[in-house]
Design a protein around this ligand. Sequence first.
Ligand code: PLP
Length: 365
Amino acid sequence: MSKTPEFRNCLLQVETYVPGKPIEEVKRELGLDEVIKLASNENPLGGSSKAMEAMKKAIEQIHLYPDGSCFELRQKLAVKLGVDNGNLIFGTGGDEVIFYFAQSFFCKDDEVIIPECTFSEYETSAILMDINIIRTPLLADWNVDFDALTSKISNKTKAIYLTNPNNPTGTLISSDKIEYILNNMPENCFLFLDEAYYEFVDDPNYTKAIEWIKEDRNIIVLRTFSKIYGLAGTRVGYGIAPTRIIDLMEKVRLPFNVNSIAQCGAIAALDDVEHVNTSREVNFKGKKFLYAEFEKLGLNYVPSSANFVWLDTKKDSRYVFKELLKLGVIVRVGAAFGADTYIRVTVGTQYELDKFITALKVVLK
Ligand SMILES: Cc1ncc(COP(=O)(O)O)c(C=O)c1O
């Protein structure tokens, strides 16, 4: 066997991403006929039918490279958001935009601040750029400890990551607090504001993201077609930022990174207002149902602004995960986020939630 040539030391620190288990794998492994996946915050209603039609049609042109600039998608989305075409960058999922950001801006001796218990890819991208990461704690109610976070800001801080609503806790950070950070961070610092669950939020004062971009702040906002639009399998996400920031990130973007089927699906999904509205309704009803069931079971949960709920099972979450799996329900184990008794459950259809609650009662008995 050959010896692997020298590799970058930072790779030793990276924990390979472990995604939610695929349904077919669980069926195979456990010999189950029916498995329900409430582990990856996907849309339980599926993709929009308009997007499906558009994607089927797009297959006819599959021998051609996609539009590298995502022109039509860019134009349509820019109008919808009220920004310029140049304020957008598209990625193969929002994940890719997170990496483009890190590759574009992190220099030797930079530091980034990431609150604990959040989406893993900010940390991974920062590790791969070999820079220093400062983790700040959450409060007992799972909200970001704002004082702890702001106390860590220094002249070395190159980026502050905020996830709003946060994954896995579903908590929101107020616009006032975000604005405070924007007003008080050093000139050489970015705010990376991840709004992957933007469309699920039901709070009139939720975000001023577009305003902050128009004010030409050092901010990058992340959104995605993977969640409410139900297009997780096609992988389209986007960053919104002042053009001077986007122009630099475009230099690291891979040519043709968003495939043609994905582009067509995303364009059509933007027109499917009915699908978005129904998805929101199903989500609100589903959360209400879950909260009531958790209360009956005497379990604590964090009220969520997204399409998942963070639940304290009061047992080892790895055990709960495994036992739920045996009953055909896949959830996300909280231990992966450093929370030993918590699970994160995606809000599914009523049928899926009934099955989950029935299984949960068996496991916790
Ligand atoms: C907070 C957050 N940001 C970004 C993403 C990335 O989404 P995608 O790469 O599917 O667009 C996710 C996916 O789960 C997420 O939860």
